[in-house]
Design a protein around this ligand. Structure first.
Ligand SMILES: [Zn+2]
Length: 696
């Protein structure tokens, strides 16, 4: 046993809130009582409990059956799931140096704990035996799916390898866990270290709401009475769009794309090389030629070729549009009487100008109509109309930060369904981006367990006494994450490992991206986009211009995304030995695809947490686009019905997509909902990248 385990005593267990039953409303975590020092002892106990539960399965002298093997596995590890969920929620949304230190330890211990379970030959033998005989076991459809998923999980973890290969696999997993965790920590540290103060002369072009948010961010860091820009995307993008100070745009842009690539203690280049080498080695141990081949086998796409096919089709169309836009932006610079060539830090600024000219629309005009509270109300209302769920704010639930709000979700009959936590504002203790996670997943194995679902965003706060106002992108993010949240809230499966978002990565963005469609419906905007001061609804003229402007600059948005997705695929397809210098590899690949120099990838490798902070999206960043093929097509079902809340379509959407979690094959689920496979061009049409004839 490692030395640090000696400090764990049973006396401390008795006072450890993570190990006591939670006598709180809905058995929610008592965040006020939980301190960093409670985690390691709680994890120790949880690992020990889980190991004992698994040992009871493998030592069971009875012949393997579904109940004593698969169901018993589903029942195991409850404490570990509970402690992990709280820990990971905090470490992402509200970390501190103590938690980050513990995170390093936990990720290593987690790998050490799971390796012997996922590679347990006896356990795997029982699963294989059940799988071979599944037709004779009288299983329900969900049980058949669970058995297949369990087999696949163990098989793909190396449970069928010989002992020497297993030992190497375990070493690799431990090292990857360490590297992934430090990748994320480095990124957070580089983001926390940098800010740029805005003096009076530095505010040219910036909106009042931006300056207010910059003041709030300064206050958050103890710089009262000043204003700063941080490296949070919700600061960087609006700054690049609106600041007329070209020198400052360049400064902010360069700092943003240099995160994790500064040659300091937070530099991620070496970690990337090692991660790719180890991933390749583990794929080869399992008999796959590349990590991408390994990874994609267990997805809807199935092969790297299928992914490349989709990305390249979109790439060509998007790049052509981006080139056209680039020329128009350069034209604008010339018209201003300036003689510099459009650079990457100019694109958003001139695109915004062009949008104001051609679509007569800018974000600042609509922001007053998109207050955070109104958009939350809109997201909830759409869910009520589609799925019958209602939301009531609760003030009696413990939270991890005073900004967090909690709502009780009830079903159509008024029964408790879930709790929804919304943590919307940026702060230094939060990692960048927006995400959904859970403190507890839905299941019915031993009675109904209601889920606790979280959305985390990084929106800027409003000025003193004023509400937070969202940009159109922020509003879309709110709906996106709430779509994920609904996937967790509406989950209606029996077994925990099939709950909610436990689906293929290239399917998981369907519920979230589909939900974005409601945010931009005139019917929804007319009702909820009301001026935060006057309460007046969004004027029709502005609404029309807003919707038209949505398709603006899509060449840029698609190029920055697809370039990242293609690079992710190349990182995991090419021999790791050819990637000893990440920057050189990045340059070479971008040159190969003909990346426009004026656009940078949405995520450069050194800050690409999706694929390097863990392996969830590794060789899987394309998933957003794969899901988009489905979501663009899926919303068409409502349009064809002539009602964006059509009850019959909504019921199918609930039954086949939002509530079925991983209990069904995703392709079957989609076809059940839509009656056919998705039509691939819907995505290009939605992004406005397919020129449709005027008369069509
Ligand atoms: Zn998402």
């Amino acid at each position: 046993m490692p030395d640090d385990a000696k400090t764990v005593s049973f006396a401390s267990d008795e006072a450890n809130p993570l190990l006591l039953p939670w006598q709180t409303p809905f058995e929610t975590p008592p965040f006020a009582d939980i301190a960093p020092e409670h985690f390691l002892p709680a994890f120790e106990r949880a690992f020990a409990d889980h190991t004992a539960e698994v040992a009871a399965i493998t030592h069971d002298p009875a012949q393997a059956d579904f109940a004593n093997t698969i169901t018993a596995l589903e029942r195991s590890g409850k404490l570990l799931a509970k402690v992990s969920a709280v820990f990971h929620a905090l470490v992402s949304a509200h970390s501190n140096p103590a938690l980050l230190e513990i995170d390093k330890e936990v990720s290593l211990r987690m790998a050490r704990h799971w390796n012997p379970i996922m590679m347990n030959a006896v356990l795997f033998g029982r699963i294989v035996q059940l799988r071979d005989n599944h037709a004779t076991l009288g299983l329900t459809a969900e049980q058949v799916r669970l058995l297949e998923r369990s087999y696949t999980r163990f098989h793909r973890s190396g449970a069928g390898l010989d002992e020497a290969k297993k030992a190497r696999m375990a070493e690799i997993n431990e090292r990857l866990a360490h590297l992934g965790t430090s990748f994320g920590h480095h990124l957070l540290a580089d983001e926390q270290d940098w800010f740029m103060e805005l003096g009076e002369a530095d505010r040219e072009g910036l909106s009042d709401s931006f300056v207010a948010a910059a003041s709030a961010a300064a206050e958050e860091r103890g710089l009262v009475g000043r204003a700063i820009v941080t490296l949070s995307r919700s600061f960087v993008e609006p700054f690049l769009k609106t600041s007329s100070r070209r020198d400052l745009r360049e400064k902010v842009y360069k700092a943003f794309i240099a995160r994790g690539d500064n040659g300091n203690a937070n530099d991620n280049n070496a970690a990337i090389v090692e991660i790719l080498t180890l991933r390749e080695e583990s794929a080869k141990l399992l008999g796959y030629p590349t990590f991408a081949a390994y990874r994609l086998e267990d997805s809807m796409a199935k092969t790297p070729q299928a992914v490349r096919g989709l990305l390249e089709r979109v790439w060509k169309v998007a790049r052509a549009r981006a080139w056209k836009d680039r020329d128009a932006l350069q034209q604008l610079i010339v018209q201003e009487g300036k003689n510099f060539a459009l650079a990457a830090w100019d694109w958003r600024y001139y695109a915004e100008k062009l949008r104001q000219i051609s679509a007569n629309f800018d974000d600042a005009a609509i922001k007053p109509y998109l207050s955070l509270d109104h958009m939350i109300e809109a997201a909830f209302d759409c869910a009520t109309r589609l799925f019958g769920v209602t939301f009531t704010e609760r003030k009696d639930i413990a939270v991890w930060h005073s900004d967090v709000r909690v709502w009780e979700v009830r079903d159509r009959a008024g029964h408790h369904k879930a709790l929804f936590y919304g943590d919307y504002f940026a702060r230094p203790s939060k990692r960048s981006g927006a995400w959904m996670t859970s403190l507890r997943d839905q299941q019915k194995l031993d009675g109904v367990v209601a889920p606790l679902i979280i959305n985390v965003c990084n929106f800027s706060k409003g000025a003193e006494g004023e509400p937070a106002l969202l940009s159109p992108d922020d509003a879309r993010t709110l709906f996106h994450e709430f779509g994920h949240a609904l996937h967790g809230i509406l989950s209606d499966v029996f077994y925990p490992s099939l709950s909610g978002t436990s689906v293929f990565t290239d399917f998981v963005e369907l519920p979230s991206q589909l939900y974005e469609h409601w945010q931009e419906q005139p019917q929804v905007l007319r009702q909820f986009a009301r001026h935060y001061r006057t309460g007046e609804p969004l004027p029709d003229d502005l609404l029309r211009r807003f919707l038209a402007a949505r398709k603006f600059n899509q060449g840029f948005a698609t190029v920055e995304f697809v370039a990242s997705a293609l690079l992710d695929l190349e990182f995991h397809s090419q021999p790791a030995s050819s990637i000893s210098d990440v920057r050189a590899f990045e340059r070479r690949e971008l040159e190969k695809i003909g990346m426009p120099a004026e656009i940078s990838m949405r995520h450069r490798p050194q800050q690409f947490g999706h694929i390097f902070s863990g392996d969830h999206y590794a060789s899987g960043y394309y998933s957003y686009m794969w899901s988009e093929v489905m979501d663009a097509d899926a919303f068409g079902a409502f349009e064809e019905a002539g009602d964006i809340f059509d009850p019959a379509v909504a019921k199918r959407l609930h039954d086949d997509i939002y509530s079925s979690g991983g209990s069904r094959d995703p392709e079957d689920a989609y076809v059940a909902f839509r009656g056919r496979d998705p039509a691939p061009d819907a995505l290009l049409r939605r992004r406005g990248l397919l020129e449709t004839p005027e008369a069509a």
